[in-house]
Design a protein around this ligand. Sequence first.
Ligand code: CP
Length: 303
Amino acid sequence: MLKHLISIHDYSREDILKTLEMAAAFEKRPNQPIFSKKVVASVFFEPSTRTRLSFETAANRLGARVIGFSETTNTSLTKGESLKDTIKMVSNYADLIVMRHPLDGSTRYASEVSSVPVINAGDGSNQHPTQTLLDLYSIIKTQGDLNNLKINVVGDLKYGRTVHSLLQAMSHFKPTFKFISPEELRLPQEYREYLSERGIRFSESKLLTDNINNADIIYMTRVQKERFSDPIEYERIKDVYTLNSSMLKECKPNMKILHPLPRVNEIAQDVDSSPHAYYFAQAQNGVFTRMAIIASLLGRENL
Ligand code: CP
């Protein structure tokens, strides 16, 4: 059966660990042109800086050629072509499709009509599995282990696709979560049930500094303007949390702050020089992790 990466559930615990191992090997030797006969399509129906550029860098470092678009105005979608026909066409041209789309479930649909593997580079507020794999790579690199960590997850827990994928992936490794959000952006019930069914400990709070000194990881997220139908509601809660360096004085020495980025105001600039800040290195880890994901979906078991 054709293998895709649409949801983090498509990867078992073993698949995740194998991907992280391969990412580490690519980090040691980042130029390995093992796919010089392959073409990767990068089709982004929604804006991106990190995901698109790190995937394209990853494909280039693997020797593949890259085709695609980063916005749809120059494609035949503007003439009324359907998503189905667009994906069927792209899968005629490329060996692998990396796709971002604003609609939940769109990449799953694409995988059902594509004749080549599809990677979900973010679908609406649903999933962002490749971000999660690079988040786990960042966690294992900085903490030395994925097991039994205390993780504070802060911000937009309702629409945050990176949060939804992260908590599902980390559930393999017995974490304890503290979910910090305003009531309007609380983690949806389906995800709270998911954790409860698996015996994962979690608590909820509205206070940014709650339990901050016990955390191994603080995972900050942006309040996402593009997910709000009511701009007044967004304006009211957009700056609800700002992490600053004075809040970090009593934190564990090895605590790291992650953020999928882009940030708006949720991490003050004065945190950037803190030894706890890891978000820019995290984004760099995206290249190695995405090299591993591409390699595995193009059939490489090992390097
Ligand atoms: N983390 C992330 O998805 O960033 P981009 O939107 O810039 O790709």
